[in-house]
Design a protein. Structure first.
Length: 100
């Protein structure tokens, strides 16, 4: 299972990922993030119900953090990945519960 949702808000764009961030899904998420960044608003990437992230998914999280995308997560596993991506990226990352 994999789902990516994009929500446009007045001051930001929130991209929500559910499922496995691996394989071909990584490319889809990256494309969605790049398109959202081109709109000029801050982009928040929320790992909401993520069970599996492979090496290419972890590399994507680090690249997105380095580009200024705010990484957010729910759940212990995704929160750990977000914190770890923050050690390689340049942005301060938020983890833990995310409220809309």
């Amino acid at each position: 299972m994999f789902r990516v949702c994009k929500a446009e808000e007045p001051s930001r764009t929130v991209i929500t990922i559910d499922g496995n961030l691996s394989g071909d899904h990584v490319e889809a998420v990256e494309l969605c993030c790049v398109q959202a960044m081109s709109e000029g608003k801050p982009v928040h990437l929320l790992l909401r119900d993520v069970q599996t992230v492979d090496q290419s998914g972890r590399a994507l999280l680090s690249r997105m953090a380095a580009k200024g995308i705010h990484l957010l997560a729910t759940g212990a596993y995704a929160s750990y990945l977000v914190r770890r991506a923050g050690t390689n990226g340049t942005e301060s990352l938020t983890s833990g519960a995310y409220n809309y």
